[in-house]
Design a binder for this molecule. Sequence first.
Ligand code: NDP
Length: 272
Amino acid sequence: MTDQYAVFGNPVAHSKSPKIHRLFAEQTDQDLSYSAQLVPQDSFNRAADDFFRGGGHGLNVTVPFKQQAFDYVSFTSDRAACAGAVNTLMFQDDKIIGDNTDGIGLVTDMVENLGWTITGKRFLIIGAGGATRGILQPLLDQNPQHIVIANRSVDKALALAKRFSESGYLLGCGIDMLPGQSFDVIINATSAALTGSALDLPDSLLSDQQANCYDLMYAAEPTDFLRWAAEGGAKTADGLGMLVEQAAASFALWRGIAPRTNNVIAQLRASL
Ligand code: NDP
């Protein structure tokens, strides 16, 4: 019988996960189906109960359910516990286990696909939402020199810097406090582009050595943040590789086999 997987989100019609997992399944010769399910905002637990009682094997969870999924599962991995959010659920030994593959997806894309160095580098992460919580521990595990978290609402940046302070050298601040500082790697983890707002960033943020700038957002055209970075001479990348790599990590957890990702990233890029 074909094993059932799904992604729960709201909205979810735009999700690329069904296509990514279909390509992984074809490549690795796995018999599975993967659908996108629109779940009402207040119905995550009921929808997840129905899915697993109906024989579902594993779920991905996207906005706005990652924290509800964290509360729902019986056990969490260490990285999901650090993030306080779950994006991958699996049914194992009569229990539902929650993991978070967003951070490892970013690190794999940066290090293996893009050839960027994390160790010893000065990092700036702009934004202090769910995505930043998911990527902080996996980045800190690579021993950057330090990470500054800058957020429009300063209190959230300070809270995150405190929460992860035992894992590395972290500082929280407001975006308006950045002038005068410079960084080797800058990550845009805000959703500013979704509302059409621009981040007002000083060019001096970019290191004199060529900086690397990564936008967690992806689109057919470079985002405003990546345009700003390229004009300042930085190397740039968007979050499409992270999306595929986090999916590959979920697939490996579910199926015990790691799919190759380069062709899948290229196929998705061509279809944007
Ligand atoms: P959240 O809603 O949890 O957080 C949004 C963050 O953006 C907050 O820090 C918020 O600041 C900030 N922000 C929003 N609007 C503005 C603005 N106009 N100016 C400055 N800051 C702003 O979202 P997530 O953390 O879940 O997602 C962030 C981005 O990452 C999204 O674009 C999402 O699509 C992308 N993402 C990509 C993934 C991938 O695989 N490529 C995976 C996960 C996320 P404040 O706290 O002040 O409101």
